[in-house]
Design a protein around this ligand. Structure first.
Ligand SMILES: Nc1nc2c(ncn2[C@@H]2O[C@H](COP(=O)(O)OP(=O)(O)OP(=O)(O)O)[C@@H](O)[C@H]2O)c(=O)[nH]1
Ligand SMILES: [Mg+2]
Length: 498
């Protein structure tokens, strides 16, 4: 409900200082032509014969000047023709950008649902079972490991052991073998006891956890988890220690889908489980490389480009920067209390904690691989890089403030306060009369992002929407609005078509 309330007011461009003359190539060229010797000479031509003589003397110079002007006009005509042609074909390229886990691919899934009857068949949905089960197992292993690190005990101390035993027996042979191979490849000095398989499994799991490398065991979930894990997983999820650990989820890297799946364990681990569309929208699969999706909507071809948002993926972005009509930049609002945790940070989990909540680290540049940073601050810095990039001088920008549902929940019931991570919020709050905490907080975050759009770049009108990428109705309305804005901009030639 709150989302709808916000939605209705957000389409007006909050930063509209777009200076029409600024950086408008067409207009600046016509301005030039007024100072041009040709135009001024023509002016005088009617008034002075004397000037005509001088004019003839200068004819060589004028001709080349004229040619230059002519060429400019030709170029302009060609540009317009290309534009018209593209308009006629109605091909629009929309680039989805944002940090890892912000919700880009979820948005693409929504497009498939809304415009292509996506995931309607059981067969299509069944393809997601193993991914959902992998998310489930990642959740359990992550919490289990975080409990050690945060020094939180299980209410039922047997759970830890039962978990190790049952996972080891489920993934016994393949898993141990793959693990050994990985260790050999990594040239680690690893000695194993070959005589006792049980010990062997325990030892392997222990090392697996201590290295925070769940990838191997997770890759073992090729198909689905056995349904007999249900009672153990259910015990785990209801354990008071686990609940406490989940409350502190901002101190480690827990999937956003964790709670959603754990609350549906019963269905998800059932042998006859068929994922629902909602289950598919919640699955976390990180994107590698650049993926293009084409949709035809009202006889307009939309090419949506989805990229991987994690740091290691961002170096590939430049390959899709050409001919972009609109950028949709996605921010996860709910990340305000989370730390940025990519491998180098994860490996040194206990590392330099003094920086973990700092939101100034982005000043070191987004290429800083060492210090853990606040996730929202990281996204803000990336937004600035994008909005000030020469690549996107003529690209329209749409900002999605996503994960509104999680954000609202955190603001109303979460253990952390926005001002603990963004101290400026304290002052901001005092200047507001509203009692609505969520409204104030999103206003603050919005202002923070707008400030990334410096004066000289204010030709960019930034359109904003509050979104929940897992909510199909919301995305349907938002995308309709985005589409209308783009079409309006195209017709009024506010934005470039290439
Ligand atoms: N509750 C909730 N979950 C969301 C929302 N948007 C995305 N998610 C979840 O957040 C996780 C990450 O979403 P993705 O779409 O994979 O993020 P991404 O931006 O594509 O990430 P990369 O591919 O790594 O760049 C998934 O589990 C989504 O289901 C939202 O608005 N609300
Ligand atoms: Mg993705």
């Amino acid at each position: 409900m709150f989302l709808q309330q916000f939605f209705s007011r957000n389409i007006s461009p909050p930063i509209t200082d777009a200076d029409d003359n600024d950086n408008n190539d067409d207009r600046s060229s016509s301005l030039h032509s007024q100072d041009n010797p040709i135009s001024s000479n023509n002016n005088h031509h009617h008034h002075s014969k004397q000037f005509l003589i001088i004019n003839r003397l200068n004819s060589y110079c004028l001709l080349s000047e004229e040619r230059r002007l002519q060429r400019k006009i030709n170029q302009k005509i060609e540009h317009e023709l290309r534009k018209e042609k593209r308009m006629a074909r109605r091909n629009l390229k929309l680039l989805l950008l944002g940090t890892g886990e912000s919700g880009k691919s979820t948005f693409i899934r929504q497009m498939r649902i809304i415009h292509e009857h996506g995931y309607e068949t059981v067969a299509e949905r069944m393809e997601y079972v193993s991914k959902i089960h992998q998310n489930l197992l990642t959740t359990i292993l992550t919490i289990n490991h975080a409990m050690q690190l945060l020094n939180i005990g299980y209410e039922d101390p047997e759970i830890d052991n039962d978990l190790k035993k049952s996972l080891a027996s489920t993934y016994n042979y393949n898993y141990v073998e793959t693990w050994r191979q990985w260790l050999n490849n990594a040239n680690r000095n690893f000695t194993t006891k070959d005589d006792d398989d049980d010990d062997h499994d325990d030892q392997t799991i222990h090392r697996l956890q201590s290295l925070r490398s769940y990838q191997l065991i997770i890759q073992m979930v090729q198909n689905r988890l056995p349904s007999n894990l249900y009672s153990l997983f259910d015990r785990f999820w209801n354990d008071l220690g686990v609940r406490q650990c989940v409350q502190k989820r901002n101190e480690y890297d827990l999937l956003d889908s964790s709670t959603y799946y754990m609350e549906r364990l019963n269905e998800i681990l059932d042998d006859s489980y068929v994922p629902s569309v909602q289950d598919i929208l919640h699955v976390r699969i990180s994107t590698n490389g650049i993926n293009e999706y084409n949709f035809e909507i009202d006889s307009v071809n939309f090419m949506l480009v989805d990229v991987g948002g994690q740091r290691t993926e961002r170096r590939k972005w430049i390959h899709c920067f050409e001919s972009v009509t609109t950028i949709i930049y996605i921010v996860a609002l709910s990340e305000f209390d989370q730390i940025f945790c990519e491998p180098i940070v994860a490996a040194g989990f206990g590392g330099d904690w003094s920086h973990r909540y700092s939101n100034d680290n982005h000043q070191d540049g987004i290429n800083n691989w060492q210090k853990p940073v606040n996730k929202l601050a990281e996204s803000k810095a990336l937004f600035k890089t994008i909005i000030t990039s020469r690549w996107f001088r003529d690209t329209s920008i749409v900002l999605f403030l996503n994960k509104f549902d999680l954000f609202e929940e955190k603001m109303l019931n979460g253990p952390n306060r926005l001002e603990d991570f963004f101290p400026d919020y304290k002052h901001f709050k005092q200047t507001k009369l509203s009692n609505n905490v969520v409204e104030m907080a999103v206003d603050f975050i919005l202002q923070m992002f707008f400030k990334q759009n410096p004066e000289q770049f204010r030709r960019h009108v930034v359109y904003t929407h509050f979104t929940c990428a897992t909510d199909t109705d919301n995305i349907k309305i938002v995308f309709q609005a985005v589409k209308d804005t783009i079409m309006e901009q195209l017709l009024s030639k506010e934005i470039q078509i290439f």
